[in-house]
Design a protein around this ligand. Structure first.
Ligand code: NCD
Length: 301
Protein backbone atom coordinates (compact mmCIF):
# COMPACT_ATOMS: atom_id res chain seq x y z
CA UNK A 1 0.00 0.00 0.00
CA UNK A 2 1.40 3.47 -0.84
CA UNK A 3 2.71 5.19 2.34
CA UNK A 4 0.34 8.17 1.98
CA UNK A 5 -2.71 5.96 1.74
CA UNK A 6 -1.48 3.90 4.66
CA UNK A 7 -0.97 6.97 6.81
CA UNK A 8 -4.67 7.88 6.30
CA UNK A 9 -6.11 4.40 6.52
CA UNK A 10 -7.59 4.98 9.97
CA UNK A 11 -7.77 8.79 9.78
CA UNK A 12 -9.68 10.22 12.76
CA UNK A 13 -10.73 6.79 14.02
CA UNK A 14 -10.61 6.66 17.81
CA UNK A 15 -8.59 4.00 19.57
CA UNK A 16 -8.42 3.71 23.36
CA UNK A 17 -5.54 2.04 25.17
CA UNK A 18 -6.77 0.73 28.50
CA UNK A 19 -3.87 -0.45 30.64
CA UNK A 20 -4.34 -1.92 34.12
CA UNK A 21 -0.74 -3.17 34.23
CA UNK A 22 2.49 -1.42 33.38
CA UNK A 23 3.94 -1.74 29.91
CA UNK A 24 6.64 -0.16 27.80
CA UNK A 25 6.96 -2.05 24.51
CA UNK A 26 3.39 -3.22 24.00
CA UNK A 27 1.75 0.08 24.86
CA UNK A 28 4.15 2.24 22.87
CA UNK A 29 4.06 0.05 19.82
CA UNK A 30 0.26 -0.17 19.80
CA UNK A 31 0.11 3.60 20.13
CA UNK A 32 2.65 4.23 17.37
CA UNK A 33 0.94 1.66 15.16
CA UNK A 34 -2.43 3.40 15.56
CA UNK A 35 -0.95 6.86 15.02
CA UNK A 36 0.99 5.81 11.95
CA UNK A 37 -2.34 4.81 10.35
CA UNK A 38 -3.82 8.20 11.20
CA UNK A 39 -5.97 7.15 14.19
CA UNK A 40 -6.44 9.28 17.30
CA UNK A 41 -5.37 7.50 20.46
CA UNK A 42 -6.11 8.00 24.12
CA UNK A 43 -4.39 6.23 26.99
CA UNK A 44 -6.23 5.31 30.17
CA UNK A 45 -4.05 3.71 32.79
CA UNK A 46 -5.16 2.32 36.13
CA UNK A 47 -3.16 4.73 38.24
CA UNK A 48 -4.46 8.00 36.83
CA UNK A 49 -8.12 7.26 36.19
CA UNK A 50 -11.35 6.37 38.00
CA UNK A 51 -10.19 2.75 37.99
CA UNK A 52 -8.21 3.77 41.06
CA UNK A 53 -11.50 4.83 42.65
CA UNK A 54 -13.01 1.40 42.08
CA UNK A 55 -14.76 1.76 38.72
CA UNK A 56 -15.48 -1.60 37.08
CA UNK A 57 -13.99 -2.73 33.78
CA UNK A 58 -17.46 -2.74 32.26
CA UNK A 59 -18.20 0.87 33.31
CA UNK A 60 -14.80 2.08 32.15
CA UNK A 61 -15.38 0.33 28.82
CA UNK A 62 -18.82 1.79 28.16
CA UNK A 63 -17.58 5.23 29.20
CA UNK A 64 -14.79 4.99 26.61
CA UNK A 65 -17.33 3.85 24.01
CA UNK A 66 -19.55 6.86 24.79
CA UNK A 67 -16.52 9.08 24.30
CA UNK A 68 -16.20 7.72 20.78
CA UNK A 69 -13.71 4.87 21.17
CA UNK A 70 -14.22 2.43 18.30
CA UNK A 71 -11.68 -0.13 19.45
CA UNK A 72 -10.05 -0.82 22.82
CA UNK A 73 -6.61 -2.24 23.42
CA UNK A 74 -6.68 -3.88 26.84
CA UNK A 75 -4.00 -5.08 29.25
CA UNK A 76 -5.44 -6.53 32.43
CA UNK A 77 -4.22 -8.69 35.33
CA UNK A 78 -7.25 -11.02 35.09
CA UNK A 79 -7.25 -13.83 32.57
CA UNK A 80 -10.30 -13.50 30.33
CA UNK A 81 -10.84 -9.75 30.90
CA UNK A 82 -10.86 -9.00 27.12
CA UNK A 83 -13.87 -11.31 26.64
CA UNK A 84 -15.77 -9.52 29.38
CA UNK A 85 -14.98 -6.12 27.86
CA UNK A 86 -15.96 -7.27 24.36
CA UNK A 87 -19.28 -8.53 25.70
CA UNK A 88 -20.08 -5.40 27.65
CA UNK A 89 -19.06 -2.87 24.99
CA UNK A 90 -19.67 -4.68 21.69
CA UNK A 91 -16.41 -3.11 20.47
CA UNK A 92 -13.44 -4.88 18.94
CA UNK A 93 -10.98 -5.55 21.75
CA UNK A 94 -7.30 -6.23 21.13
CA UNK A 95 -5.71 -8.27 23.90
CA UNK A 96 -2.44 -6.67 25.03
CA UNK A 97 -1.96 -9.35 27.72
CA UNK A 98 -4.52 -10.78 30.15
CA UNK A 99 -3.18 -12.18 33.41
CA UNK A 100 -1.32 -15.44 32.93
CA UNK A 101 -3.56 -16.36 30.01
CA UNK A 102 -2.51 -14.95 26.62
CA UNK A 103 -0.51 -12.28 24.82
CA UNK A 104 -1.46 -12.95 21.21
CA UNK A 105 0.15 -9.92 19.57
CA UNK A 106 3.49 -10.83 21.19
CA UNK A 107 3.26 -14.34 19.72
CA UNK A 108 2.53 -12.90 16.28
CA UNK A 109 5.48 -10.52 16.44
CA UNK A 110 7.67 -13.38 17.66
CA UNK A 111 6.52 -15.44 14.69
CA UNK A 112 7.31 -12.59 12.30
CA UNK A 113 10.78 -12.26 13.83
CA UNK A 114 11.45 -15.99 13.50
CA UNK A 115 10.27 -16.08 9.90
CA UNK A 116 12.40 -13.12 8.87
CA UNK A 117 15.53 -14.25 10.71
CA UNK A 118 15.39 -17.91 9.76
CA UNK A 119 14.59 -17.22 6.13
CA UNK A 120 17.51 -14.81 6.01
CA UNK A 121 19.66 -17.73 7.15
CA UNK A 122 18.11 -19.91 4.44
CA UNK A 123 16.76 -22.37 6.94
CA UNK A 124 13.26 -21.91 5.64
CA UNK A 125 12.37 -22.28 2.00
CA UNK A 126 10.12 -19.30 1.43
CA UNK A 127 9.09 -17.91 4.77
CA UNK A 128 7.62 -14.65 3.61
CA UNK A 129 5.28 -16.44 1.25
CA UNK A 130 1.71 -16.93 2.53
CA UNK A 131 1.80 -18.81 5.81
CA UNK A 132 0.96 -22.48 5.72
CA UNK A 133 0.91 -25.23 8.27
CA UNK A 134 4.39 -26.42 7.30
CA UNK A 135 6.31 -23.16 7.20
CA UNK A 136 8.09 -23.93 10.50
CA UNK A 137 8.39 -27.69 9.97
CA UNK A 138 11.55 -28.96 11.65
CA UNK A 139 12.16 -25.73 13.58
CA UNK A 140 12.73 -26.25 17.30
CA UNK A 141 11.95 -23.43 19.66
CA UNK A 142 12.98 -23.63 23.33
CA UNK A 143 11.03 -21.37 25.71
CA UNK A 144 12.91 -21.08 28.98
CA UNK A 145 12.07 -19.81 32.46
CA UNK A 146 8.84 -18.81 34.17
CA UNK A 147 6.46 -20.73 31.93
CA UNK A 148 3.84 -20.98 34.69
CA UNK A 149 3.12 -17.24 34.75
CA UNK A 150 3.94 -16.41 31.15
CA UNK A 151 1.15 -15.42 28.79
CA UNK A 152 3.85 -15.05 26.13
CA UNK A 153 4.82 -18.73 26.50
CA UNK A 154 1.20 -19.84 26.28
CA UNK A 155 0.39 -17.80 23.16
CA UNK A 156 3.56 -18.96 21.42
CA UNK A 157 2.92 -22.59 22.35
CA UNK A 158 -0.55 -22.32 20.84
CA UNK A 159 0.61 -20.57 17.67
CA UNK A 160 4.00 -21.97 16.62
CA UNK A 161 3.14 -25.72 16.50
CA UNK A 162 0.25 -24.88 14.17
CA UNK A 163 2.88 -23.92 11.63
CA UNK A 164 4.89 -27.08 12.16
CA UNK A 165 7.35 -25.95 14.88
CA UNK A 166 8.27 -28.00 17.92
CA UNK A 167 8.12 -26.06 21.20
CA UNK A 168 10.25 -27.21 24.13
CA UNK A 169 9.32 -25.70 27.48
CA UNK A 170 12.29 -25.60 29.85
CA UNK A 171 12.44 -24.60 33.51
CA UNK A 172 12.40 -25.85 37.11
CA UNK A 173 9.38 -27.67 38.58
CA UNK A 174 8.21 -24.57 40.49
CA UNK A 175 7.88 -22.56 37.26
CA UNK A 176 6.98 -25.35 34.87
CA UNK A 177 4.50 -28.02 35.97
CA UNK A 178 4.93 -31.53 34.52
CA UNK A 179 1.61 -31.29 32.73
CA UNK A 180 2.54 -28.10 30.82
CA UNK A 181 3.08 -30.10 27.63
CA UNK A 182 -0.66 -30.81 27.74
CA UNK A 183 -1.26 -27.31 26.38
CA UNK A 184 -1.36 -28.89 22.92
CA UNK A 185 0.39 -30.90 20.24
CA UNK A 186 3.99 -30.10 19.40
CA UNK A 187 4.91 -29.06 22.96
CA UNK A 188 7.28 -31.01 25.24
CA UNK A 189 8.96 -30.39 28.60
CA UNK A 190 12.72 -30.49 29.23
CA UNK A 191 14.16 -29.65 32.65
CA UNK A 192 17.81 -29.21 31.64
CA UNK A 193 18.71 -26.05 29.76
CA UNK A 194 21.73 -27.63 28.08
CA UNK A 195 19.50 -30.37 26.62
CA UNK A 196 16.88 -27.88 25.47
CA UNK A 197 19.58 -25.79 23.79
CA UNK A 198 21.28 -28.72 22.12
CA UNK A 199 19.00 -28.98 19.07
CA UNK A 200 17.19 -25.64 19.27
CA UNK A 201 17.05 -23.18 16.37
CA UNK A 202 15.51 -20.50 18.59
CA UNK A 203 15.64 -19.90 22.33
CA UNK A 204 13.15 -17.56 23.97
CA UNK A 205 14.18 -16.50 27.47
CA UNK A 206 11.53 -15.34 29.95
CA UNK A 207 11.62 -13.06 32.96
CA UNK A 208 10.66 -14.45 36.37
CA UNK A 209 7.38 -12.67 37.05
CA UNK A 210 7.97 -11.65 40.65
CA UNK A 211 4.64 -9.81 40.74
CA UNK A 212 2.80 -13.10 40.16
CA UNK A 213 4.86 -15.46 42.36
CA UNK A 214 2.28 -15.21 45.19
CA UNK A 215 4.37 -16.68 48.00
CA UNK A 216 6.27 -19.13 45.82
CA UNK A 217 9.86 -19.35 47.11
CA UNK A 218 12.57 -19.58 44.51
CA UNK A 219 16.30 -19.81 45.09
CA UNK A 220 17.47 -17.22 42.58
CA UNK A 221 21.12 -18.16 42.87
CA UNK A 222 20.32 -21.76 42.02
CA UNK A 223 17.97 -20.63 39.23
CA UNK A 224 20.65 -18.44 37.70
CA UNK A 225 23.20 -21.24 37.91
CA UNK A 226 20.88 -23.67 36.10
CA UNK A 227 18.89 -21.54 33.69
CA UNK A 228 20.76 -18.34 32.84
CA UNK A 229 21.65 -17.92 29.18
CA UNK A 230 25.28 -16.81 29.29
CA UNK A 231 28.11 -16.74 26.72
CA UNK A 232 29.65 -20.02 27.95
CA UNK A 233 26.40 -21.97 27.60
CA UNK A 234 25.66 -20.41 24.25
CA UNK A 235 29.11 -21.14 22.81
CA UNK A 236 29.15 -24.71 24.09
CA UNK A 237 25.59 -25.86 23.40
CA UNK A 238 23.99 -23.62 20.78
CA UNK A 239 26.46 -21.32 19.03
CA UNK A 240 24.04 -20.58 16.14
CA UNK A 241 20.78 -20.33 18.04
CA UNK A 242 18.58 -17.27 17.58
CA UNK A 243 18.12 -15.59 20.98
CA UNK A 244 14.79 -13.94 21.75
CA UNK A 245 13.19 -12.32 24.81
CA UNK A 246 9.81 -10.54 24.99
CA UNK A 247 11.19 -8.04 27.51
CA UNK A 248 11.48 -6.63 30.03
CA UNK A 249 14.81 -8.39 30.56
CA UNK A 250 16.42 -8.73 33.95
CA UNK A 251 20.05 -8.63 32.87
CA UNK A 252 22.24 -10.83 35.04
CA UNK A 253 19.34 -13.09 35.96
CA UNK A 254 17.78 -15.04 33.06
CA UNK A 255 20.17 -13.58 30.49
CA UNK A 256 23.53 -11.81 30.53
CA UNK A 257 24.22 -8.55 28.73
CA UNK A 258 26.79 -10.23 26.47
CA UNK A 259 24.08 -12.54 25.12
CA UNK A 260 21.28 -9.96 25.05
CA UNK A 261 23.41 -7.55 23.03
CA UNK A 262 25.41 -10.18 21.15
CA UNK A 263 25.31 -11.38 17.54
CA UNK A 264 22.72 -14.14 18.19
CA UNK A 265 20.20 -11.71 19.62
CA UNK A 266 16.98 -10.81 17.77
CA UNK A 267 15.55 -8.96 20.76
CA UNK A 268 15.44 -5.53 19.16
CA UNK A 269 14.04 -7.04 15.93
CA UNK A 270 11.16 -8.37 18.02
CA UNK A 271 10.35 -4.84 19.18
CA UNK A 272 10.43 -3.53 15.62
CA UNK A 273 8.20 -6.28 14.23
CA UNK A 274 5.66 -5.41 16.92
CA UNK A 275 4.63 -2.19 15.21
CA UNK A 276 3.89 -3.86 11.87
CA UNK A 277 1.86 -6.63 13.51
CA UNK A 278 -0.18 -4.14 15.52
CA UNK A 279 -0.81 -1.93 12.48
CA UNK A 280 -2.23 -4.95 10.68
CA UNK A 281 -4.44 -5.94 13.61
CA UNK A 282 -5.75 -2.44 14.18
CA UNK A 283 -6.67 -1.91 10.55
CA UNK A 284 -8.36 -5.29 10.50
CA UNK A 285 -10.34 -4.58 13.68
CA UNK A 286 -11.44 -1.10 12.61
CA UNK A 287 -12.13 -1.87 8.98
CA UNK A 288 -14.26 -4.87 9.79
CA UNK A 289 -16.13 -2.70 12.26
CA UNK A 290 -16.87 -0.18 9.51
CA UNK A 291 -18.04 -2.97 7.22
CA UNK A 292 -20.31 -4.40 9.95
CA UNK A 293 -21.76 -1.01 10.81
CA UNK A 294 -22.65 -0.25 7.19
CA UNK A 295 -24.20 -3.73 6.75
CA UNK A 296 -26.34 -3.09 9.84
CA UNK A 297 -27.40 0.31 8.45
CA UNK A 298 -28.33 -1.32 5.12
CA UNK A 299 -30.40 -3.95 6.92
CA UNK A 300 -32.24 -1.28 8.89
CA UNK A 301 -33.09 0.87 5.82
C1 NCD B 1 5.59 -9.57 28.76
C2 NCD B 1 4.21 -9.41 29.37
O1 NCD B 1 3.81 -8.33 29.80
O2 NCD B 1 3.53 -10.42 29.32
N1 NCD B 1 6.16 -8.47 28.18
C3 NCD B 1 5.69 -7.95 26.98
O3 NCD B 1 4.56 -7.60 26.84
N2 NCD B 1 6.56 -7.82 25.98
C4 NCD B 1 6.51 -10.39 29.59
C5 NCD B 1 6.86 -9.98 30.99
O4 NCD B 1 6.23 -9.14 31.62
O5 NCD B 1 7.83 -10.56 31.52
Amino acid sequence: MPPLRRSRLLAKRRVALLFYESSTRTRTSFELAAKSLGADTVLVSALSSSIEKGESLKDTGITLRSLGAECIILRHPNSGAPYLLARSTGLPILNAGDGTHEHPTQALLDLRTILFRLSARNRLSDAIAPLNSGVLRGVRIAIVGDILHSRVARSNALLLPRLGAQVIFCGPKELLPDNAAGIGPGVSVERTLEHALANADVVMMLRIQRERLAGLQLDLEDYTARYQLNPERLARHAPDVLVMHPGPMIRGLEITSEVADGPNSAIMDQVQHGTAIRMALLSRALQSRLANTSKEKQKRS
